[in-house]
Design a protein around this ligand. Structure first.
Ligand code: NAP
Length: 309
């Protein structure tokens, strides 16, 4: 029987682990299929306090894990497939194993959104990708024209990173202004290797017949004009959706799938807490996720203390 099980190993998960470990609760962290979470797929994180020179996303997450483990947190590489929150102790199924828990902290984060256009799924890993840091250096992208889709911080970060490898980076955005923070937007638009393509949507990724990305079909959303833009890679960076599918019917979510905490970080199920991007469609920062992880840990600790009185 575990006192605290944390589902997810991003900033929220490892911070919750650090705090519950230091409260002697020996938390078990079920890492999910991407240990370290989304931050491991970014390059330099420049806005996490305490790192004036910036810090590599993977390194930051490795340090968070080490820090939590130092105080007794345990990691298990496992994907939770099913949960039963109908009665306590709660039951979780992870990679075929059953885990019983007195409290659970959900920190499952969010995943990349897909465009949903023809060719995208069939050409995934054949030129369509959702992570420049993971795939940008592949030989097929070197000295080739590349497309980044989106107008937020992620798209700007991806485009800037890809200037190291591609011959030119077309930043395709559906409006004529970037959503990204001012500093990121300015840096991106000043980069001579990045060419914005405004007011445009990708309507198809070509070419499924050749089994690799050769171009994208574009539609100008103001004029309706259609065109084809040659490229060897399509990097989709259009935001994220919460990883909350497995909690459907048990944990209350909003229409968009984000979990709605009821009291502090506690969900509608007493003993189940939530932290990070799976409950936050507003701030979505590493530091806010870490803060929420800390709050969830304190709430879980107090919940357990109250139960044992
Ligand atoms: P985001 O801020 O939600 O931006 C998503 C972008 O994709 C928007 O420009 C949006 O267009 C566009 N978009 C959404 N759906 C689309 C669709 N179906 N087709 C085409 N375009 C679509 O997401 P994000 O850039 O991933 O950032 C998420 C959060 O992480 C933000 O809070 C951001 O500040 C943070 N972040 C920070 C950093 C950093 O500071 N280093 C790096 C990455 C992310 P519209 O603008 O028209 O809505």
């Amino acid at each position: 029987m575990e006192k605290v099980v944390i589902i997810g190993s991003g900033c929220a998960g490892w911070t919750a682990a650090l705090y519950t470990a230091r409260a002697n609760l020996s938390p078990l962290v079920l890492t999910g299929k991407h240990p370290g979470g989304l931050l491991t797929t970014t390059s330099i994180v420049e806005n996490f306090p305490g790192f004036p020179e910036g810090v590599d996303g993977f390194e930051l997450m490795t340090r968070m894990q080490k820090q939590a483990e130092r105080f007794g947190a345990r990691a298990s590489f496992g994907l939770v497939e099913k949960v039963d929150f109908a009665k306590r102790p709660f039951t979780l199924r992870a990679d075929g194993e059953t885990v019983m828990a007195e409290t659970v902290i959900i920190a499952t984060g969010a995943s990349h959104k897909h465009l949903g256009v023809p060719g995208e799924n069939l050409l995934e890993t054949k030129g369509v990708t959702y992570c420049a840091t993971c795939d940008g250096a592949l030989p097929c992208f070197r000295n080739q024209p590349l497309v980044v889709v989106g107008g937020g911080d992620s798209a700007c970060e991806e485009a800037t990173y890809l200037t190291r490898f591609g011959s030119i980076i077309h930043l395709v955005h559906r409006r004529d202004t970037l959503r990204a923070s001012k500093i990121m937007a300015e840096r991106t638009l000043e980069n001579p290797k990045i060419k914005p393509v405004w007011d445009s949507a990708v309507t198809e990724v070509l070419d499924v017949k050749q089994d690799k990305v050769t171009a994208v079909k574009l539609k100008n959303l103001k004029t309706g004009a259609e065109s084809v833009l040659n490229c060897a890679g399509v990097f989709v960076a259009i935001g994220h959706g919460p990883n909350t599918e497995i909690f459907k019917g048990q944990i209350e979510t909003g229409e968009n799938g984000y979990i709605i905490p009821k009291q502090g970080t506690m969900t509608n199920v007493p003993g189940v807490f939530v932290a990070g991007d799976c409950a936050d469609h507003v701030y979505r920062q590493a530091i806010t996720a870490a803060g929420a992880g800390c709050a969830a840990a304190i709430d879980a600790e107090r919940f357990l203390a109250a139960q044992n009185q």
